[in-house]
Design a protein around this ligand. Structure first.
Ligand SMILES: [Zn+2]
Length: 554
């Protein structure tokens, strides 16, 4: 028995030595993740088991034994058979706007004008020393009657501080009379273009001349009219914003989102992002689009294409029109439910053409918000000129929500990159046809057609207009209410490699292949598009090989 036990000890010693030497033999890396189902999203959509990472880059992705035999690491993670994907990108979001929403009065989900007011009352009670009120998130299409609100009761509640309550899409706002007076809004109506001020009786003035003596403003202002009151609305401090931005980041990382295309920032915000990044606090890849302002243009002329660590700036955001919900989307023919109006052109054509040329000269990309079929046609014609000068321009149309069927092929002909938000289709499904009528629905929310035309499509959420949850995007795109469903492979590409192409980052991001950033997410549950799934989260999220989110066991 003693001999047998000695033999056993000796054998286990041999096994130990063998293991040790095989470990010693491998190349040293920083991290090995194995026993995973790795969706590389490479050209052949290959699936692998293990990945070796060094200096934030992918050294190799391959079969389990191959990676474990070839590499050794002090840190090894057993992914327990879970699915790994390249980190998701939200190709159209608004971190700053979401931060603002978190700092103010949240009006998402209010089901009536009364409930909106009730939330305002509660907010006032909770914040006794209010100097201003900023709210966001109401949506009259969710109310019985779908009528725009008025500020009558709001004026009673807040007679002497400015109040600005943005509609969910940010393209309309309900403001109180104090702010209307303070901003001298009514004196500026003559100069207002690309905007509306609604008057009582409600909804009376789409496309009509206003007689100020007869009508009283309802407090609802649309698109460019918001710009006239904005300077008179106080704002939160930079410190408050930066704190809220990190809250937004935490929310994104838990979903495996590792990058955001921030759809429109002012000059001062460049410094905000840099400040958070320099302190190592902002880890997300931020691809920021600049608003077309003199300060931003000046920045571009001085810096050209700009990169500071994980902040990349080489694009402009531009608004061709408004939104469908507030009837600001520019249509070729009048609204089905408002025959007097065709919507609003927010930026005049010469200015858009000028921006396109400025972008071309400076190696920048132009990303234009276009919702209505007329706005899309206009922008496509501007991009046609761009295409003649530079075929691989990657200029984008953001939303491309309603496209005249005869214009679809222009996305292919002029190489125009469509960037869409599938959850909008679900949110708008109940009322879009009321705005557009049946015939125009053929070219609405047509994601599959757009993908087929250009060959790629970038997917986002437009948060905080929609929730940040990428699994809602996956379900919405997979179960299109308008017969335009994408496959799971197409959807994931829209959030990974296509989003990388849409931001000129395909060399480093978008697939899990040798040499690219080790920016990836492992998910708690398998990712699929079937409706009614339990909410999925990242189990681990990595940016450049560093774990930035870890799901804690409940
Ligand atoms: Zn947006």
């Amino acid at each position: 028995m003693v001999i047998l036990s000695k033999m056993r000890n000796f054998l286990s010693f041999l096994v130990f030595i063998a293991l040790l030497t095989s470990c010693m033999k491998g190349q040293k890396v920083d991290l090995i993740i194995h026993n995973a189902k790795i969706h590389t999203m490479d050209l052949s959509s290959s699936v692998q088991d293990a990945i070796a990472i060094r200096n934030g880059k992918i050294v190799e992705v391959g079969p389990e034994r191959q990676i474990l035999n070839k590499y050794r690491s002090d840190e090894t993670i057993d992914a327990q058979g879970k699915e790994m994907y390249p980190g998701f990108t939200d190709a159209h979001g608004h971190m700053l706007m979401y931060a603002k929403q978190l700092l103010g009065l949240d009006l998402r989900g209010v089901r009536s004008e009364q409930e909106l007011l009730h939330r305002c009352e509660q907010y006032k009670a909770q914040h006794p020393n209010l100097k201003f009120v900023l709210g966001q998130g109401w949506d009259q299409t969710q109310w019985a009657g779908q009528q725009m609100p008025t500020n009558t009761q709001l004026n009673r509640l807040f007679p002497d501080i400015p109040v600005c309550l943005y509609r969910i899409d940010g393209h309309a706002a309900l403001v109180n009379d104090y702010l209307v007076k303070k901003s001298k809004l009514l004196d500026q109506l003559g100069q207002l273009s690309g905007g509306e001020v609604l008057f009582l009786p409600r909804d009376s003035n789409f496309g009509q001349k206003i007689i100020l003596q007869t009508y009283k403003p309802t407090g609802v202002i649309i698109d460019n009219a918001i710009n006239l009151v904005q300077p008179f609305v106080p704002n939160y401090s930079q410190k408050e914003y930066l704190k809220a931005l990190l809250q937004v980041q935490d929310e994104l990382l838990q979903y495996g989102i590792t990058g955001v295309h921030e759809a429109g920032i002012d000059f001062e915000h460049i410094a905000w992002f840099k400040q958070l990044i320099s302190k190592g606090k902002l880890k997300l890849n931020v691809y920021a689009m600049l608003m077309n302002t003199p300060l931003n243009r000046n920045f571009v002329q001085q810096n050209g294409r700009y990169r500071y660590k994980n902040l990349s700036i080489r694009s402009f955001k531009c608004f061709a029109d408004g939104a469908l919900g507030s009837r600001g989307a520019l249509l070729k023919a009048p609204y089905h439910d408002h025959p007097e109006g065709k919507g609003l052109l927010l930026t005049d054509i010469a200015r858009m053409q000028n921006l396109a040329q400025f972008c071309l000269r400076n190696g920048y990309q132009m990303n234009t918000h276009s919702i209505g079929d007329s706005a899309n046609a206009l922008v496509l014609s501007i991009y046609e000129q761009v295409f003649k000068q530079k075929p691989d321009h990657r200029f984008r149309i953001e939303h491309a929500q309603v496209v005249d069927p005869q214009d679809f092929q222009k996305f292919a002909n002029f190489a125009v990159f469509p960037s869409v938000q599938p959850t909008h289709a679900v949110s708008d499904a109940d009322w879009a046809e009321a705005r557009l009528g049946k015939a125009r629905m053929k070219g609405a929310y047509a994601y599959k057609t757009l993908l087929n035309q250009f060959g790629m499509i970038a997917l986002g959420t437009d948060f905080p207009v929609e929730q940040t949850n990428p699994f809602a995007t996956i379900q919405a795109a997979y179960n299109s209410p308008f017969g335009q469903a994408l496959t799971l492979d197409e959807i994931i590409r829209g959030m990974t490699i296509y989003a990388a192409f849409a931001s000129f980052q395909e060399k480093n991001l978008g697939t899990l292949e040798k040499g690219k950033d080790a920016t990836l997410a492992i998910f708690e549950y398998p990712v699929n598009g079937v409706a009614g799934q339990v909410q999925n989260y990242a189990w681990r999220t990595f940016i450049k090989g560093k774990c930035v989110f870890k799901l804690e066991a409940l």
